[in-house]
Write a protein that binds this ligand. Structure first.
Ligand SMILES: C[S@@+](CC[C@H](N)C(=O)[O-])C[C@H]1O[C@@H](n2cnc3c(N)ncnc32)[C@H](O)[C@@H]1O
Length: 445
């Protein structure tokens, strides 16, 4: 039987300035009638924020979640006792968003192909936080974002380089490790060259053709931090213990301050840092002042001198266990790197064979090129010769034309003379005939 909503305390999922940042990112991305998508809705904290923006833009918000929580986390435990989807839908209904929100009850890896026919102007990823799952969600859902649209996600406490590699590897397959979502940090860092992180919300904007740029938005009036202040990992004696990037910080309760993202707090003279929680605990124990403070503050506790051997033995055991874990993680890393190196060597050999083949082809092409160049030069020479011949012939032709014209003139002149002579001959013939007739007449008479 499910417990009632009232007797279960729901941990808030979106906190601090994150609601404002999420809203702003959604507003910037959305055009009229555009679609929004959320992977991981839980009780609907982010759904209500995004749903409001979608409603104003006459769009829809698709919510993909199996509503069973994240394996191995308190959400998983809560979902076993309560119908989270029912709670989610009641909240959607009472916010008047039931016509805007479209719930899809499934594991995210099963439905992206069905959703691929939609184009989204905004996709928010906050489902399974382990490395492979985040990587898959990014790969599967990024192509659904249209040009100019925004892809973003929750729980990214920094860039890969902000943390120790071994630390991220140790937490890679967990939901989070010492308040850091190592899987998210690694998957996002490996998926994009450039991305923005504001209060642990990572974001990129699509510039088309599968290319992304960091959003680099201004959030007017907001105190921006790369990371939303994390909760304490543990309380040891009179200190809160926080993880911030590569270090663990011990902050005395007496300071009343808990925002470890604040540099002033980290540099406070009463705050000290260590490489691990165990190392921080050892440092707290070694502080004799710490012993006195404990004695004066709470219930009477033995001084470190009286407890040291047993406690230190436990600390040594913890340290050894942690070192063994680190060693194992390093060994896994090392064998991964070895496999990578071998793969790269294989790649290099392939490339070398290819290069040799290409060089052979290049030589053949160069010889061919040489031949062609000789041929071309020969042809240029022939063309030059032909041009010279043609110029000579043209000159001769012109001279012949001049001669021809002269001859023509001469012929016409001779024709005129011949014409004159023929007329003369004709008149002489007539004269002769007349004389012959006269002669004949005189003979007859
Ligand atoms: C951290 S919660 C989401 C919080 C939510 N965005 C909010 O602001 O309230 C993570 C959600 O992802 C869901 N989830 C985990 N793995 C999933 C998977 N493989 N497919 C779909 N949903 C998953 C869980 O059921 C849970 O509701």
């Amino acid at each position: 039987m499910h417990e009632t909503e009232s007797n279960l305390r729901m941990p808030p999922q979106i906190f601090g300035d994150q609601p404002l940042i999420l809203k702003r990112l959604a507003e910037v991305s959305a055009n009229q009638g555009s679609n929004f998508l959320e992977v991981g809705s839980w009780c609907g904290d982010s759904t209500l924020i995004l749903g409001e923006v979608a409603k104003k833009r006459n769009g829809h918000l698709f919510c993909v979640d199996w509503w069973k929580g994240n394996p191995g986390t308190e959400l998983d435990e809560i979902a076993k006792k309560q119908d989270i989807f029912a709670l989610f839908w009641r909240r959607v209904l009472s916010a008047g968003l039931d016509d805007v929100v479209i719930p899809i009850r499934s594991r995210s890896e099963f439905v992206f192909t069905v959703l691929a026919k939609e184009s989204f102007s905004f996709v928010f990823i906050d489902g399974d936080h382990t490395y492979q799952a985040v990587l898959d969600d990014i790969r599967n859902y990024a192509p659904l974002v249209g040009r100019g649209g925004i892809l973003c996600g929750h729980d990214c406490e920094g860039f890969i380089g902000d943390f120790d590699e071994g630390f991220l590897e140790r937490g890679r397959d967990l939901d989070y490790y010492e308040t850091v979502h190592c899987g998210v940090v690694l998957a996002v860092g490996q998926s994009f060259e450039k991305y923005s992180i504001d209060n642990s919300i990572w974001s990129v904007i699509s510039i088309g053709n599968g290319q992304w740029a960091s959003t680099s938005l201004e959030f007017g009036g907001l105190k921006r931090k790369p990371q939303e202040p994390p909760p304490a990992i543990a309380d040891i004696h009179d200190h809160h213990i926080f993880r911030y990037r590569k270090r663990v910080y011990a902050v005395p309760f007496s300071l009343g301050l808990t925002d470890i993202t604040d540099e002033n707090l980290r540099n406070h003279p009463e705050v000290f840092d260590a490489g691990s929680v165990v190392a921080a605990e050892e440092l707290i124990l070694k502080q004799t002042g710490g012993c006195q403070a404990r004695e004066s503050r709470g219930p009477k506790m033995p001084c470190p001198e009286t407890v040291h051997p047993a406690r230190l033995l436990r600390h040594q055991e913890d340290t050894t266990a942690e070192l063994q874990q680190t060693l194992q993680a390093q060994q896994v890393l090392l064998s991964e790197k070895q496999a990578k190196i071998e793969e790269l060597y294989g790649g290099i050999a392939e490339r070398e064979a290819l290069t040799a083949q290409l060089q052979g082809m290049l030589q053949v092409h160069q010889a061919l090129l040489c031949e062609k160049e000789t041929k071309i030069e020969e042809m240029y020479r022939t063309i030059a010769e032909r041009e010279a011949t043609s110029a000579g012939l043209q000159q001769t032709l012109q001279a012949h034309e001049v001669l021809l014209a002269e001859k023509q003139t001469k012929i016409e002149e001779l024709c005129r003379i011949i014409g004159g002579r023929e007329a003369e001959i004709q008149s002489l013939k007539i004269e002769l005939e007349k004389l012959e007739i006269t002669l004949e007449l005189s003979r007859l008479s």
